[in-house]
Design a protein around this ligand. Sequence first.
Ligand code: BGC
Ligand code: ZN
Length: 350
Amino acid sequence: MRMLEIGVCGTDKEIARFKYGEPPGGSDRLIIGHESLGEVIETASDVKSITRGDLVVPSVRRPCLQPECSACAIGRQDFCYTGKYRERGIKSLDGFMTEVVVEKERYLHRVPPGLRDVAVLTEPLTISRKAIRQIFEVQDRLPWTCAVPPSPRKDERPVISCRRALVLGAGPVGLLAAMTLVDAGFETMVYSRVSGVSERVEITKAIGARFINAEQISAKNLPDSIGQVDAVLEAVGASQLAFEVLSLLGPNSIFVFTGVPGTGERMSLDVGTLMRNIVLKNQVLLGTVNAGPEDFESALQSLSQFDKRWPGILQRLITRRVPPEAAPDLLSGHGEKAIKTVVAMTNGMN
Ligand code: BGC
Ligand code: ZN
């Protein structure tokens, strides 16, 4: 593959600060980059599903190769048991911020040409695709679908328009999660800190979700101002906020953690109340990392669907594109205003 675009996220910045990540064994450097889009320039003779000229998004995680790992053995390294999985651009394997990459066919997902300008968002979208799939699987335990008018067809999605979801964080993962939840039928709210006029607020409104500014409403006051929610999708990696919101959850709710916070954060917490609530209110806490092949496929379908439903919005998540030379500054930058910055690996288009 010739690499076309690489998205930069918080994980990359942490790696660049030597707070996370690991180079390949025996190497003293790691090629960064795990959110990517490439173009196939050459294939081996036994490659069937992909040909020269195809646009592809590679997945990130690779199996641990331990014989006892039943997850990695069947290509579900996102559920690796041993912890010895590898991740391209993050852990023990070089990533994609380079001119040319060789990859196995089974780790590549073909991108419809019409998604060229937004396909670099596939990987961050897989987080909420995997999350929502599990939300539905877990909540199947409940009378969770709303009272439906008669004659629902078998192939119809469950009616969940009476269900309410809250997304913590308005970064790319949070906003893509909000789109995922709105599109699935949830009444969706996004809770984040912003000051002044914000593109994040505009995007939230444009997709039919409600923005709640954490500058104005503290976590403690959330239930009073927004009422109960059925699902929370945490996408900030801020442990304090997550646990504050967790302790306010209502009956039968599910709280999904997707952020990877720094370690050593401390707060005091009424764990008695928390545990009581979890039991007496049938609550679920779910952690989810990385994504399986089906999540990459469904993320690509969602990108097409979102682009149809909200023309121009996905494009607005990509605030800017910079040349590779700008990557070092980008990686050391803190608290940027941009939603998603993408490194364009080639000059101009193709
Ligand atoms: C990546 C995931 C990865 C996780 C933990 C995230 O930024 O998107 O693919 O599993 O970091 O390393
Ligand atoms: Zn990432």
